[in-house]
Write a protein that binds this ligand. Structure first.
Ligand SMILES: [Mn+2]
Length: 310
């Protein structure tokens, strides 16, 4: 099935403790994202890079929180963009930028899904669960909070200036690849009923076996599926360009299998590619891998490809 894909760059880096993610959108462009998708028969519109709205009249509820005004500005701007794109029939790919951008994209896609009378499900592929609230964060880095925001956990009302009207139900979230969760997040995840497949479970049971039941639920509830792919979901050996490397991540084949299964399901309607820090990359290797994984999500098979070095 040919898709109308819209690329939306979101060069946000204020959610992390280190600089470089603002180069992410251009690294995906340089690595040939649009051409890869077009070669698969899809139509691609590159919408350029989004800008945050200016928010300078708010203070974080917790003094440790960094760059709260920038987070609010990006979230407002991405929330509006995703709410608009989500009501159409195009497939948005949000090019980060750090993972804080998902506060706006997931919340916006959820609002648009609700307007279509359909529930939004979220597959969160990440070494971390990003389920901190503004009160629970130890680091103050807001890329640790977007999933809690989008699920409507308390304390975030100042971000949009109004409460979320259509939060994602946490029991429609599946987090895969996790190998670093703080205690506060663990409590929130259990209490709110989010699904968590950590690396131990992936090792023991296999990633495909864990993904199937989730996809079946999305289909059974006539849901839309947003996928949020953090570079650190992948093992740092194959994807070094990220500021938060955690050893023991998904392998090349596990990651491609997830993308191929998602493609076969036909359920995915929007995607984030986040946390790529091109400043830390090794000759574009991580950017190219993320583009290849996106290719698998849109119908490419790994074995269709000529051999080349990694
Ligand atoms: Mn993340």
């Amino acid at each position: 099935m040919k898709q109308n894909i819209v690329l939306v760059g979101a060069p946000v880096e204020e959610g992390t403790g280190r600089r470089g993610c603002l180069m992410g959108p251009d690294a995906y462009r340089t690595a040939g994202l649009a051409a890869t998708l077009e070669a698969l028969g899809h139509y691609v519109l590159d919408d350029g890079n989004l800008q945050p709205v200016t928010v300078d009249d708010i203070r974080p509820p917790n003094a440790i929180v960094k760059n709260f005004g920038a987070y609010a500005g990006w979230t407002r701007s991405l929330f509006k963009k995703a709410s608009d794109l989500g009501t159409g029939d195009s497939f948005p790919i949000y090019l980060g930028g750090d993972h804080s951008l998902a506060a706006g994209t997931v919340a916006g896609q959820a609002k648009a899904a609700a307007e279509k009378g359909r529930p939004l499900f979220v597959l969160w592929l990440d070494a971390h669960s990003d389920f901190h609230t503004l009160e629970s964060t130890d680091s103050g880095n807001l890329h640790g909070t977007p999933l809690a925001f989008a699920c409507g956990l308390p304390g975030f009302d100042a971000v949009l200036g109004t409460p979320l009207t259509h939060p994602v139900s946490a029991n429609r979230v599946e987090i895969m690849g996790v190998r670093s969760i703080d205690e506060a997040e663990r409590d929130f995840l259990v209490r709110h009923g989010a699904g968590v497949s950590d690396m131990r479970r992936i090792d023991e049971e296999g990633i495909g076996k864990l993904l199937h039941p989730f996809l079946n639920r999305v289909r059974a509830e006539n849901g839309l599926l947003h996928v949020s792919l953090d570079v650190d979901f992948l093992d740092p050996d194959i994807a070094p360009a990220v500021g938060t490397t955690v050893p023991g991540g998904a392998t090349f084949r596990e990651a491609h299998l997830v993308m191929e299964m998602l493609h076969d399901s036909g359920l995915v309607t929007s995607l984030d590619l986040v946390e790529l820090n091109p400043f830390l990359d090794d000759r574009g290797k991580t950017a190219r891998l993320m583009v290849d994984l996106t290719g698998s999500l849109f119908g490419r098979r790994v074995f269709d490809r000529p051999t080349r070095s990694y």
